[in-house]
Design a binder for this molecule. Structure first.
Ligand code: PMP
Length: 375
């Protein structure tokens, strides 16, 4: 029940990767047989990864994961486009990779302007529009929220940024390969995403950097041999890239079926909790919501009490990253939930392997526990 934190590596993905730890061990930059073999595998993976978002291979820059992609996009755009008095527009509900990067930039004198979401965790395009001024060098709005699953109005925000000639970055980590996205149609300039959320290996991700748009200027954050169009130096992680490519290919094929199946399971979870327990609320938007997310507030009990009493079901209170530091969810707070409701909220996130039986088990365990703890 915590697939938003990470996913297991698909067996097909693992099998695709294995030869690249063994006999096909070449450095993709080497100009001989071993290198050429590795470079061909990287090229094929790059195509598959690009295809999922309607992009072309040269628009994909490999990184170590979405955190690094976000750092490259946001710091890279800030460094390349810096001018006195400039600002970046983002939202209060971004993942820490965006918020902490912006905080670091604010310490070096760049103004950060934060958009507030409504009570469903949705940031309006009008709010973004109002925050942009002549000094805005970048807008960064996540595609979907990792805690409450709310889908943001990306087409509208992309149109505004394009009209105003402002770079647009989106953290698509929880959306890539799960909902249909076309980077060019959405007028996205920069998009961050990661392999381990789509049944690929950890430690590999990508930044989509639009190639047909001369206004994109980002400064590399890791210097060296000039790999990845000079934007991210370092010997390529060939097995990771091959695995990511396979995971992207499978995600592209399975997207429709995964979406349908997970929507049914998610709704069964939500509907049972809301119908069978009093004082239970759904956090996030009812319909503009990821098919795999149910964030539920069980009033009168805390998420940590529930997690302690049901140890064999893996869920999350807030995001995995913020639960490590035991902070109240900044997302739920920003949506206007009271501190009690924030602490009573549990994130269930399901995945491709989740079964109806598992959902039934979780429903019964949670209903029993909530009733017991409330008594
Ligand atoms: N952004 C979002 C929305 C996420 O959910 C995550 C993963 N928790 C990240 C960024 C960071 O991704 P990675 O683990 O690949 O660095």
């Amino acid at each position: 029940m915590d697939y938003n934190a990470t996913t297991p590596v698909d067996e097909e993905v693992l099998n695709a990767m294995l030869p690249y730890f063994g006999e096909k061990f070449g450095n993709a930059s080497s100009k001989h047989h071993y290198g050429n073999e590795a470079a061909a595998a990287v090229g094929s993976a790059r195509n598959k990864i690009a295809e999922v978002i309607g992009a072309s291979a040269e628009e994909i820059v490999f990184t170590s994961g979405a955190t690094e992609s976000v750092n490259l996009a946001v710091k890279g755009a800030a460094e390349a486009n810096y001018r006195e008095g400039c600002n970046i527009v983002t939202t209060e509900i971004e993942h820490s990779s965006v918020l902490d990067t912006c905080k670091a930039l604010s310490e070096s004198g760049i103004e950060i302007r934060y958009a507030k979401p409504d009570r469903y965790g949705r940031v309006s395009a009008e709010t973004i529009d109002e925050l942009i001024n002549d000094d805005t060098i970048l807008v960064s709005v996540m595609t979907v929220n990792n805690e409450v699953g709310t889908i943001q109005p990306l087409p509208e925000i992309g149109t505004i940024c394009s009209k105003k000639n402002v770079l647009f970055h989106t953290d698509a980590t929880q959306a890539y390969g799960k909902i249909p996205m076309n980077a060019a149609e959405l007028r996205i300039d920069l998009m961050s995403f990661s392999s381990h959320k789509i049944y690929g290996p950890k430690g590999i991700g990508a930044l989509y950097a639009r190639a047909d748009n001369r206004k994109i200027k980002i400064a590399p954050q890791i210097h060296g041999g000039g790999h990845e169009r000079g934007l991210r130096s370092g010997t390529l992680n060939v097995p990771g890239i091959v695995g990511f490519g396979k995971a992207a290919e499978v995600a592209g094929k399975m997207m429709y079926d995964d979406f349908k199946k997970q929507t049914v399971l998610r709704d069964r979870l939500i509907e049972n909790f809301l119908r069978r327990l009093p004082h239970v609320y759904l956090n996030g938007h009812r319909s503009k919501r990821m098919p795999n997310n149910a964030n539920i507030c069980f009033e009168g009990v805390t998420a940590s009490m529930l997690m302690n009493s049901i140890k064999d079901v893996a869920v999350s209170a807030g995001s995995a990253c913020s639960s490590a530091t035991l902070q109240d969810s900044h997302v739920l707070k920003s949506m206007g939930l009271t501190p009690d409701r924030v602490r009573s909220s549990v994130r269930f996130s399901i995945g491709r392997m989740t079964t109806g039986e598992e959902i039934e088990t979780v429903i019964e365990k949670y209903i029993n526990s909530v009733n017991n703890l409330r008594n």
